[in-house]
Design a protein around this ligand. Sequence first.
Ligand code: 76R
Length: 305
Amino acid sequence: MSTGEQDVGSQAIALPAVPLTLEGSAVLHQMFRFRWSQWRSQGAEVRGRITSQAQQALAEMEGAGSALFSMFGHKGDLLFVHFRKDFEALNQAQLALHQLDVMEYLEPAVSYVSVIELGLYESTVKLYRELVGRGVVPHSPEWNESVEEAMKRQREAMHVRLFPAIPEGRYISFYPMDRKRGEEKNWYTLPIEERGRQMDLHGQIGRRYAGKVQQIISGSIGLDDWEWGVDLFADDPVIFKKLIYEMRFDEVSGVFSNFGAFYMGLRCASSELATLLGGTTPKALARTQPAAPSGQPGRPGRPQA
Ligand code: 76R
């Protein structure tokens, strides 16, 4: 029996190729350049008025699932991250931001649209095998019903991971990425079981960083220019380098992935907006969430196999 096929009597039936996924919050990353010289040329009174309007709006947006970061480097100055319950609310977040007077000083640099995604390779392979073993025909009504039933249970169990608060790590690293679809190395033509094996090894590396990094994967096939967005949050930005370096030696990142630009930022609470717009590094956030490392109480675990 070759990988990706299930022996049923004398017949080998290939398991469907597409892994099951669960989708949660709609996500928008917005990077802006700040027109510092234009800002500085305004009087203190104008700046104060604009800052307090923006600060109040940002405080409300934080409550609804947005966060602001002060960016490093030339790719932008401010990064807004919005997590919303659906795309309608996400559109509203963008529109609301653009009504503020401070927008006169902000120039769009980059943006990225995606949806929080939990990939379920392990449970997919287990479920597909079980269904094929029972003689259920892929994509038949019975098959679809069993899949929907299993997904319903997972969706409930994973609710907090599908609709998370933005982690409170002081630093963010965001980048888009693809799986390779080249002539020689093509992720999408590997049998599902082999992809599942590689993703399992990937998860094992990731979990070694539990408590130091929080990762949120969002899918963007059909929504934006790359296939996934990766958000990492940590209090020590050097951990980003260590984690991503270690993953480069792993097959799925090292052989089957292409990466876009990396964006790094430092968290700025709404209460620190005046500090930031005054040209000083914002103070660290007062934490409201536990550090929530994976595998620890309080954080819902991995999807059940
Ligand atoms: O969610 C889970 O805990 C299940 C295991 C898991 C999945 C399914 C997991 C764990 N990831 C998954 C999916 Mn990941 N991840 C990345 C990157 O820079 C690189 O080399 C790659 C960018 C990092 C740094 C990272 C970190 N992961 C994915 C997917 C979807 C692919 C698909 O379905 O085909 C991508 C693109 C991706 C990329 N991953 C973890 C981490 C970390 C730190 C973990 C452990 C998470 C934890 O247990 O908290």
